[in-house]
Design a protein around this ligand. Structure first.
Ligand SMILES: Cc1cc2nc3c(=O)[nH]c(=O)nc-3n(C[C@H](O)[C@H](O)[C@H](O)COP(=O)(O)OP(=O)(O)OC[C@H]3O[C@@H](n4cnc5c(N)ncnc54)[C@H](O)[C@@H]3O)c2cc1C
Length: 502
């Protein structure tokens, strides 16, 4: 290895996958690939972690991914203790019963308990990102370089050549990779270098946010309620107040129509006075941490792949904050592409599998972009958004605990591994025999379910179902039939497409 130094580390000359951007999308792509042992280099132009709060809602499916990586408790520890609804009120201090509850497009605790082993979290993006980065850094196959910017890309049939700029020393280095993933945000250099255009609505106005600290627990007029968001209606301070994770951290945000004066026109004293009005406490002395302003757009990349290059996250779609789907869609794109690329690089699947990244993830991007830009006539409900979040994964059911054990409860979703997983009914012993299911080079894990769980999945006692790493079912058998033993050649076309050639 030769090349630039960053924190005393060399940049490699060659890697299997280059990931550009250490936002949530890039880091999850790195975590997924490195989890499969794929040699991955992640470069980020910022020299350190971002302190921008931005996303607050971590969705049900995203929390399931955190659970998969053993990060659920770490993320939950950063989250606010709130419920999934908005409270419309004149000010934060307005008295008990003066406001109204409005649903959000997020399942409540009881709703989430019906569909998932976990539930959404209300934790700021600047708290989530360090958890992801720390985990990524524990994976031996991953190398992370901060302060390193991608400036140019070239690809041919054999691979990618990427020029990286060390921003501290202003020296450039060329890295060769089999594939490149652009997780480099809305103004993606990767997307531009791959020649992928964006389509949709740009310049939809602005969104402004103030991150601040203040002891507000004692002033909340309706202390028995714990809404995720307070929608403040007082005309001289209208906007959205929400807790940012733990402690006294809050944010105040509001949209800004094009050409209208905004929060940027206020100095710190003006901002403090505005926050005091929103809180309904004249004497409030908030400590302002930062002000930020975002340009709103609802845009989608015309395609997600150009030969050996891919775009994920905000590089592939730009959404307004409505619905809280930008980061969640980004994380789920990254996981989807990550396992498919890992399967391909490990020789478990053919290149065709990579095309399914776009066919399966772009419709979700399309839906979430459109949803984010739709005029808010009726408040959206979790019933509308949840199918797009869970996106066809098998149903969650708790397994019946083995007698005498006091282990943590296990969900059907928890059983799904990195290769293929076969779930059988309680009389499915024959499925567990060597060679009963031939999945070619793809590792197979077999789990025999108890009767109640199999029944809940609609699986007969001697039946079986084959599941992908993203928990999607690809084939099901009603019973074991020796004559039709499901070897690779007898799998459905959908299943076969996922496997390497015979
Ligand atoms: C106010 C606000 C509220 C939001 N609320 C929510 C919410 O509640 N839930 C939700 O799901 N989403 C929300 N979002 C959206 C969410 O913040 C984004 O969708 C998310 O950050 C996208 O992650 P990403 O990794 O794709 O991109 P980014 O987070 O933008 O990360 C891209 C990274 O790439 C780096 N980079 C760029 N170019 C290069 C280069 N050439 N070389 C190296 N590095 C590069 C950047 O420095 C950056 O760190 C909100 C957004 C805003 C603005």
């Amino acid at each position: 290895m030769t090349g630039l130094r960053e924190s005393g580390q060399l940049l490699p000359d060659q890697v299997q996958v280059l990931v550009v951007g250490a936002g949530p999308a890039g880091m999850v792509a790195g975590i997924t690939l490195a989890g499969y042992g794929v040699d991955v280099l992640l470069v980020e132009k910022r020299p350190e972690a971002s302190e921008l709060s931005r996303a607050m809602l971590i969705s049900t499916r995203t929390m399931e991914l955190m659970r998969r990586w053993g990060l659920e408790a770490a993320v939950r520890a950063k989250a606010s203790d709130v419920e999934a609804y908005q409270y419309v009120t004149e000010t934060l201090a307005a008295g008990t019963g003066t406001g109204t509850e409005m649903p959000m497009a997020i399942p409540t605790r009881p709703e989430a308990a019906l569909v998932s082993p976990t539930r959404p979290a209300w934790a700021p993006q600047d708290d989530l990102e360090p958890v992801l980065l720390a985990h990524l850094r524990t994976l031996p196959a991953a190398q992370v370089r901060l302060g390193c910017e991608l400036t140019a890309l070239f690809q041919d049939d054999d691979g990618i050549r990427a020029t990286l700029l060390d921003r501290a020393t202003e020296t450039s280095h060329v890295v060769e990779a089999r594939y490149v993933i652009g997780g480099d945000g809305p103004y993606s250099t990767v997307r531009e270098q791959l020649g992928i255009a964006m389509e949709g609505l740009d310049h939809l106005g602005g969104y402004e946010s103030v991150q601040f600290r203040a002891e507000l627990d004692g002033v909340i007029g309706d202390p028995d309620r714990k809404p995720a968001v307070y929608m403040i209606t007082r005309p001289d301070a209208a906007g959205f107040l929400s807790r940012r994770g733990q402690g006294d951290r809050w944010s105040f945000a509001r949209g800004r129509a094009p050409g209208q004066p905004g929060l940027a026109d206020l100095d710190d004293a003006g901002l403090a006075a505005l926050l005091a009005r929103a809180a309904g406490v004249d004497t409030l002395r908030p400590r302002i941490e930062r002000f930020s302003s975002f340009a709103l757009a609802a845009m989608l990349a015309e395609r997600y792949r150009e030969r050996r290059g891919f775009v994920i996250g905000d590089a592939a779609h730009r959404m307004t904050p409505r619905g809280g789907t930008g980061m969640n869609t980004a994380i789920q794109d990254a996981f989807d592409l990550g396992w498919k690329l890992a399967w391909t690089l490990r020789g478990w699947a053919q290149d065709d599998l990579l095309d399914t990244y776009e066919t399966e993830r772009r419709p979700v991007g399309r839906h979430n972009v459109d949803f984010s830009a739709a005029p808010p006539t009726e408040p959206a409900t979790a019933a509308e958004t949840l199918p797009w979040d869970l996106n066809g994964r098998l149903a969650h059911h708790w397994l019946r605990p083995a007698e005498g054990t006091r282990d943590e409860p296990v969900s059907t979703v928890d059983l799904i591994g990195d290769g293929l997983t076969l779930l059988t009914g309680p009389e499915g012993k024959r499925w567990t025999g060597a060679g009963a299911v031939d999945t070619g080079p793809v590792p197979l894990a077999v789990h025999t379910l108890d009767l109640a769980t199999a029944d809940a999945l609609g699986l007969p006692p001697a039946g079986a179902m084959l599941v992908r790493p993203d928990c999607r079912e690809i084939q099901r058998w009603q019973e074991y039939e020796e004559a039709a033993a499901p070897r690779v050649g007898s799998l459905t076309p959908a299943a076969h497409a996922l496997l390497a050639a015979d």
